[in-house]
Design a protein around this ligand. Structure first.
Ligand SMILES: CC(C)(COP(=O)(O)OP(=O)(O)OC[C@H]1O[C@@H](n2cnc3c(N)ncnc32)[C@H](O)[C@@H]1OP(=O)(O)O)[C@@H](O)C(=O)NCCC(=O)NCCS
Length: 215
């Protein structure tokens, strides 16, 4: 189980939404640092902004999944979407509908971190592949599945004419993964200072770090 040769990497679409939402509910929110800090347990992750983001990512053609060839089960996901200056402006103007207070706090922090670095300041940057959730089922971890999905998402971004990839990391392992792939740290939000939004004592990595890489 989980031998790298037995994993198939695929581009996911809206047809895969139920499996993606199940994987995130079971394996992302209960384990991911920021979710822990804002008490987001994933019970309502099929609603609100979480669901809106998953749909956006699946519709973008930039979301990659890892399936166990033997069982067909989805064991990893790298959700991503396409951002332009215009789409970023529009999404800031839209009033977000949150399914819970925990979800609201999570998105307020993610937005705050994103706003600390304007990637469109560089006039060469027109289209960005924006990485959203990265998750590998616990029993398939440490086999390079996350790394392979990130590489594949970057290749898809290149095909769609993206100039840059952006990610917000909340784990030392993913920070290492992205640095190893040539990403650079652009800004970092100190969660210890965000006492009204998150409890940093519940987080082993107490930052929200923005990294980018030209494609
Ligand atoms: C983070 C996560 C996606 C890593 O998935 P993975 O398939 O195990 O990652 P990979 O095997 O591709 O490894 C990527 C890098 O992280 C390191 N790494 C991953 N898990 C690690 C662990 N538990 N301890 C030490 N290093 C670890 C690997 O050594 C590798 O670094 P290297 O290339 O320098 O050796 C997975 O642990 C996960 O889903 N966590 C819960 C959700 C989460 O935190 N997502 C990330 C939010 S930013």
């Amino acid at each position: 189980m989980g031998n790298p040769d037995e994993i198939e990497y695929v581009v996911l679409s809206m047809a895969d939404i139920a499996e993606v939402e199940d994987l995130l509910a079971l394996e992302f929110y209960p384990r991911e640092n920021l979710s822990k800090g804002v008490h987001e347990d994933g019970n309502k992750s099929r609603e609100g902004m979480h669901s809106k983001m998953v749909r956006l990512c699946l519709a973008s053609g930039l979301t990659v999944g890892a399936r166990d060839k033997a069982t067909g089960s989805l064991v990893g996901v790298r959700t991503s979407y396409l951002t332009t200056r215009e789409s970023e402006r529009k999404s800031k103007e839209e009033k977000a509908k949150y399914s819970s207070e925990e979800e609201r706090r999570m998105y307020v922090l993610l937005e705050k971190a994103k706003n600390s670095h304007d990637m469109f300041q560089d006039s060469k940057v027109k289209k960005v592949v924006d990485f959203d959730r990265l998750c590998v089922r616990e029993d398939y971890c440490r086999r390079g599945i996350a790394k392979k999905m990130v590489e594949m998402s970057m290749a898809l971004g290149v095909k769609k004419g993206c100039d840059l990839a952006r990610v917000e990391v909340t784990s030392p392992y993913s920070e290492r993964l992205f640095l190893g792939l040539g990403f650079e740290v652009k800004s970092s939000l100190d969660i210890k200072k965000e006492t009204d939004l998150a409890d940093a004592s519940l987080m082993s990595y107490k930052q929200l770090t923005i990294l980018t890489r030209y494609l």
